[in-house]
Design a binder for this molecule. Structure first.
Ligand code: PLP
Length: 428
């Protein structure tokens, strides 16, 4: 804990002067204060250049881009996987960029359910009530597709406070159900920002003869991981949040080497052994890597920006990004405590238990988030009362954190939020 934070703006300016990561100016920030990089990261010049490069290749090479592109489009998913492997602590062939997160959850959970069946393990899947909804939709669908009743086979660990999950409660749930074959958990919770102990949870799952899978959507690019070292069996994530790879960017997945050679639940020709893919056999031979979990042709235009972003990530390093992210969230928590007594910090205060955003809770959270947007501060709202504020380490500085809290103070003082409609539905 940095005890030296000060309340004044000058202090924030000084911190920015003395310790910048130096990549901020490579990002376009569409609004005054873009504090929503955990939901949709902004465009960078690096991402833009690589996207333009692929357009140039398409114009000049046409179909030859698959083999003559730099890198060749045919291997784009594997190439990006290698670039990303160190971010999640995996070996090069354990990561591939493919599909969407939801599709990856389908194919990975489906694959491991098939293994559970074959190995006579239980076929229940352990999840928790704070999960992002799509994860449950996909897992329930996979259970249904196997003729398993999702209400019976999806075991949902409850939260004690509606914000966070205790690893002890995961352990208790595993003890209580001896037929859990897969445990699937987030690394960081999308609403509260709690960071789970991935290593401990993986050990718990394995001790109960269950596979351990993770959704890293809210930690990839913000928190370093050691998936292979921790023996995590599989993981999925998206790239449009902290990694700033653009709306609907192609997602990523990790499969531990032990399972390479397995036929994926959603097999498709793009996951076929590459050397023989174009022999066009009607039987499937899986690639001997995580690449097997690709399905159809990689959407190159939606994958290209990530390649640009990875240049920035490699330059700064994930450890430095994490360090800066912790400083910024720490400072934000300090300012909320000091200046916004009517708000509650819903995110764990121990930085080791926190991802890259802070949940600022207020009963008028929705209208406050609208008032902030009106004042050029982009945040988002998650029901029932959470304003998520994300000081992305890539492009947010201390002064912007200060300014965000200052504008929030004014909005509360002037009761400015009262001029906004109460919540309807829609994207926030
Ligand atoms: C953002 C997010 C997703 C998104 O899934 P898509 O298939 O990319 O729409 C999935 N899971 C979690 C936990 C997320 O935060």
């Amino acid at each position: 804990m940095d005890d030296d934070f000060e309340r004044g703006r000058e202090y924030a300016r000084e911190r920015d002067r003395s310790a910048a990561l130096g990549v901020r100016d490579r990002f376009y920030r569409p609004d005054d204060l873009y504090m929503d990089g955990n939901s949709l990261g902004p465009l960078s010049t690096d991402a833009e250049h690589v996207l333009q490069h692929v357009l140039d290749e398409w114009r000049e090479l046409g179909i030859r881009g698959w083999t003559d592109g730099d890198p060749p489009w045919f291997h784009y998913g594997e190439h990006l996987g290698e670039r990303l492997a160190s971010l999640v602590g995996a070996r090069d062939d354990e990561v591939v960029v493919a599909n969407s997160t939801t599709v990856n959850i389908h194919t990975l959970v489906g694959t491991f359910l098939t293994r559970c069946d074959r190995e006579n393990r239980g076929q229940k899947v352990l999840v928790n009530e704070l999960d992002f909804p799509t994860d449950h939709y996909a897992i329930r669908a996979q259970l249904r597709n196997r003729g398993l009743d999702p209400d019976e086979h999806l075991v949902v660990v409850e939260s004690r406070d509606g914000r966070t999950l205790r690893e002890d409660d995961v352990a208790a749930a595993l003890d209580a159900h001896d037929d859990v074959g897969i445990m699937f958990m987030p690394s960081v919770f999308y609403r509260s920002g709690q960071l789970l102990d991935v290593e401990r949870i993986t050990e718990l799952a394995h001790a109960h003869d269950a596979y351990a899978g993770f959704d890293l959507a809210h930690s990839i690019g913000a928190v370093p991981h050691s998936l292979a070292d921790h023996g995590v069996d599989f993981a999925a994530w998206c790239h449009y949040k902290y990694l700033n790879a653009g709306p609907g960017a192609v997602a990523g997945l990790y499969v531990h080497r032990d399972y390479h050679g397995e036929t994926p639940a959603l097999a498709g020709w793009w996951g076929h052994e590459k050397e023989t893919q174009f022999e066009m056999r009607t039987t499937y031979t899986p690639a001997q890597s995580a690449g097997a979990w690709q399905t159809g042709t990689i959407p190159v235009l939606s994958a290209a920006p990530l390649l640009g972003v990875m240049d920035i990530v490699d330059e700064v390093g994930i450890e430095a990004l994490r360090e800066r992210s912790v400083e910024l969230t720490e400072y934000l928590v300090f300012l909320v405590d000091e200046r916004l007594p009517e708000c509650t910090v819903g995110t764990p205060r121990d930085p080791d238990r926190r991802g890259g955003h802070v949940a600022v809770e207020h009963s008028e959270g929705y209208r406050i988030s609208e008032a902030l947007k009106e004042r050029g501060v982009v945040v988002d709202f998650r029901p029932p009362n959470v304003v998520r504020v994300c000081p992305s380490p890539f492009f947010v500085g201390f002064e912007e954190v200060w300014e965000t809290v200052d504008r929030l103070r004014e909005i509360l003082d002037e009761r400015e939020y009262e001029t906004f409609e109460r919540r309807g539905s829609g994207v926030t």
